[in-house]
Design a protein around this ligand. Structure first.
Ligand code: GRF
Length: 190
């Protein structure tokens, strides 16, 4: 069987991207072909090549226009696109080229705390402001309505009384690191 090829899109630290790279580095079934970033100064731009995976940086305009991104994905024979902290809208032409083949991770239990403006720390701040007792992560397919694609898996964590932005962020990252690669694996190989 030919290996399934992943492209990971990331804009920031890329701890999820690195974790996925590490998880599949010896896999016979799945390979991370490249990381794409829209930020030249993102940490992942230097750390992914250190882990043996090339990085391509495109401007926001190039991402929106999609032509070069699509060309790269086709050229590299990408099967699935993984969004791991990619802070940019995915253009329609990419959904059309990869129907049900784009997977995102969102740091809340969707449909709660999804939609416009709900990314990164904004999500956790809103969760804390509402005194939620539980939060978590959602791994889902992406469709044209960003946070509304089919949910693949959710995992939750309890919030403690003195939960801070930092402690919640840390809990969420731990959940993401524990589950995102295995959910990708199960989804691709089912
Ligand atoms: C994660 O919490 C992810 O859920 C969100 O952005 C964050 C990215 O973190 N979409 P990292 O760059 O992978 O460390």
């Amino acid at each position: 069987m030919e290996k399934k090829k992943l492209a990971i899109f990331a804009s920031g630290t890329g701890s999820n991207a690195l974790n996925i790279i590490d998880f599949f580095k010896d896999s016979e079934e799945i390979e991370v072909a490249f990381v794409l970033s829209n930020k030249q100064d993102a940490k992942i731009v230097t750390t992914a090549p250190e882990a043996g995976v090339p990085v391509y940086v495109f401007s926001n305009a190039e991402v929106e226009e999609a032509g070069k991104v699509l060309e790269l994905c086709f050229e590299q024979q990408i099967d699935y696109i993984i969004l791991a902290g990619f802070l940019r809208k995915i253009p329609l032409s990419l959904f059309l080229a990869f129907p049900n083949k784009i997977i995102n991770i969102h740091p809340s239990l969707l449909p709660k705390y999804g939609g416009q403006g709900m990314y990164g720390a904004n999500v956790h701040k809103a969760v804390l402001a509402n005194n939620e007792k539980v939060s978590g992560i959602t791994i889902h397919f992406v469709n044209a309505e960003f946070d509304k694609g089919e949910i693949i898996a959710q995992f939750s964590c309890d919030l403690v009384e003195n939960e801070t932005l930092e402690s919640l962020q840390e809990k969420i990252h731990q959940l993401e690191h524990a589950h995102f690669p295995t959910v990708i694996q199960n989804t691709l190989l089912q």
